[in-house]
Write a protein that binds this ligand. Structure first.
Ligand SMILES: [Zn+2]
Ligand SMILES: [Zn+2]
Length: 339
């Protein structure tokens, strides 16, 4: 039986170990992907700690997977062997639960998540259900496509569904793994784009990514600056720092919305007086489905939005994970599985 190299976690809080496993066969409604690249996301920490519903071990992490279809399961005729595809957080849905019956597949109660409740992309091969597949356009490299399948779709899909229209003021809080993509998407979507981060050294980068104005939150009060500019329609919070989100709320304009995609357990503080006049609100957004991923990839190929990445080979996945967790990566870490 043919073997493949994979990175496996044997038990909660266990190490990321390189092991060999038999190459799996796709069942009906599934494809096998020969993985080329897999992004390392902060949510991979769930796979390590086991603190997410539905995790069982051993587990292969990874939900930013780009590769080539290598084998088709029974009944799969919409996809071809040799076709390049990606899989993100939305690895599949059941089509039967109450949200699925309403077409709200991202809210599926039996949601399949690569690297969480099914094996993910830190491997030479991966099995994926067809409803989790996004086609990758030819002019987008797999290394660039991988981070767009979680960090990219999360910011792009949140912004395009935010209600903001061309010319509206949109602020992106944070220029990290998510934020450096969020700034690019906001500028390319035609918003008046304001980037907010700590330190004046990030200013030139913010401008290079397309921001029209940079706010150094150590030197200026972001809420005051935004208010002085007329108030933001959307503040997209990509950081995982709830007090930093709280400090921006005063910068929302009429019908302004703090849109949260950075996940943290800490409360955001807001008073009714901040919300009622001007109909302001605070809300969140959960990435999107495979077709949203496909739209993200096509939009990025079309407009030149690209992640800034650091790459590691598969056997160095543990180092890649440590690098991402250190918070020092500029800006996404990607495991290059095959050339
Ligand atoms: Zn992710
Ligand atoms: Zn469902």
């Amino acid at each position: 039986m043919a073997k493949m190299r994979v990175i496996q976690i044997a038990e909660a809080n266990g190490p990321l170990s390189l092991v060999e496993r038999p190459v799996p066969e796709p069942r009906a409604g599934e494809v096998r992907i020969r993985v080329e690249a897999c992004g390392v996301c902060h949510s991979d920490a769930f796979a390590v700690t086991g603190q997410y519903p539905g995790i069982s071990y051993p587990l292969i992490p990874g939900h930013e997977v780009a590769g080539v279809i290598d084998a088709l399961g029974a009944g799969v005729d919409e996809w071809k062997a040799g076709q390049r595809v990606g899989v993100g957080w939305h690895g599949g849905h059941c089509n039967r639960c109450a949200p699925c019956r309403r077409g709200d597949f991202i809210s599926c109660v039996n949601h399949k998540i690569p690297g969480i409740n099914m094996d993910g992309g830190y491997a030479e091969y991966m099995i994926a259900p067809v409803e989790g597949l996004a086609s990758i356009p030819d002019d987008l490299k797999s290394l660039d496509a991988a981070p767009l399948l979680c960090a990219g779709i999360t910011t792009f899909n949140a912004l395009r569904n935010s209600g903001a229209r061309g010319g509206d003021m949109v602020a992106i809080l944070g220029i990290g793994g998510l934020g450096h993509l969020g700034v690019q998407f906001a500028a390319k979507l035609g918003f008046r784009t304001i980037a907010i981060a700590r330190g004046k050294d990030k200013g030139p980068l913010a401008k290079q990514l397309g921001a029209h104005r940079y706010i150094d939150s150590e030197a200026e009060d972001p809420a005051e600056v935004l208010k002085g500019m007329g108030g933001a329609r959307i503040i997209l919070a990509t950081v995982t720092n709830s007090p930093a989100m709280t400090r921006t709320i005063g910068g929302l304009g009429r019908d302004g919305r703090l849109l949260v995609v950075g996940a943290s357990g800490e409360p955001i503080q807001v008073s009714p007086f901040q919300l009622i006049p001007g109909r302001r609100s605070v809300g969140g957004w959960p990435s999107g489905t495979a077709t949203d991923s496909e739209d993200t990839l096509n939009f990025s190929a079309l407009t030149g939005v690209r992640p800034m990445i650091e790459t590691f080979p598969l056997e160095k996945a543990a180092d890649a994970y440590e690098r991402m967790m250190s918070g020092k990566a500029r800006f996404r870490v990607v495991i290059q599985v095959a050339k």
